[in-house]
Design a binder for this molecule. Sequence first.
Ligand code: NAD
Length: 481
Amino acid sequence: MTVGVASKLLDAPFSHVINGKSVDAKGAKMLDVIDPATEKVIAQVPIATKETVDQAVDAAQAAFPSWSKTSWDERAKLLEQYGEEFKAMTPELVKLLTAEQGKSIMFSQHECESILPWFTELAKIRLDEKVKHEDETHRAIERYLPLGVCAGIVPWNFPILLMLWKVTQALITGNCIIIKPSPFTPLCDIRIIEAAQKIFPPGVVQIVVGDDNLGPWITEHPRIQKISFTGSTVTGRLVAKSCSATLKRFTLELGGNDPCIVLPQQSDMATAAQNVLLSAFFNSGQVCIAAKRIYVHEDIYDEFKATLAQVVQNFKVGPGNEEGVMFGPINNKMQYNKVAEFFEESKNKKFNFISGGEVEKKEGYFYPLSIVDNPPEDSKLVQEEPFGPIVPLLKWKDEADLIKRVNDSQWGLGATVWGSDNAAAERIARQIESGTVWISRMVSHHPAVPFGGMKSSGIGAEHGTAGLAAYCQVQAIWLPK
Ligand code: NAD
């Protein structure tokens, strides 16, 4: 791949995709999409009105009766074809993703590759009818019915992956889905939904783009049956409140402040340090399940700290389309300003930086990869989610105290434990209040494995039987024998 060349997918205009077609956006108010590495406008998208949402809902409602009657196997086949279309677009999508999101080409490629199993493996989890009870006269069966029109609200950190998680789950279960991408990253999502029109009937999968009014119009819409939302906890609460008026189903995948625990037993300190740093700085820290509090056992704290300081030098920050760059800018100005507060706290309170700390004023929303040496547990940096490349390194000694500190959080999304003592790692993992714990493994997902948050990190789960069931209404029928 040629680094630095604009994606061909930028050549045509971008618009909503409704009822099988790209909407003519002539005369619409437009929204700028900005490359966060240059702060320059790279494209414009139209801003939806309430009528745009109604048109998409009309089309979805019209498509639902026949789409919901297709068999699971038919839908599985169509999803597989969609996966092939998606793969064919990947070289250009990767460049477009780097341009609108900021992540390096290498990690844009990774995002496009990691979604592939959802086109093929997800369909293998089947929600078939089951007999749940039987007596002399009757057999009671359980069956899962699609809900109808669903909407997927997507954030800007993994616009492709997080959108396609929602699209594939909704479609395999026989629902129609309307996507609302983040106004910061609508471009790849539009192109991917355009490609879907070659495969699925009109109205089955659509996309509507817009400004801050659009989300609430969707969550309050009386003819949408379910919202699958991924984003911040603050917005998640608004979504839940809005959904309650129409008793909509919802799944919330929200923020996190994930602990990363480093055990005293390490077979290879350099590899552990490298993995911990990748977990913290992947996508420049803009990951819901990034390592956001690194707890290192005091016996190895100094050695681990020195190793981190060395390893971090190998990670290059810069424009995502530049050769050798691993980590790009923060995606948008609003988030850049939020991350600034964490740098300011560390400066004002004179915390020691193991790396980074100095923010250079230049073009693009860049921060250096910054590790703070043992700040107080009650600091903002330890208690809140920076969603940027700044992370605290903390000491622990006693396991019970560690668990108390780890669980003393409103969040409970993910956690990682690194160390060669598997029994100790498992013992710790089983006490952590989070939806997922990875032991000696980088954060990862699979269509068969549920992913969701505890406490303020979410409600419900995506993937696995639980994720698919959340796109369905369960029904029991008592059949006479
Ligand atoms: P955000 O909550 O600001 O926005 C998410 C989406 O919601 C966007 O599409 C936005 O336009 C839309 N939105 C905004 N206001 C709305 C409203 N009132 N009603 C309906 N929709 C509305 O989040 P963000 O800044 O885009 O993403 C970062 C956050 O997302 C972080 O907190 C991160 O941890 C979280 N996140 C969670 C997961 C997960 O799977 N749990 C994954 C990625 C990101």
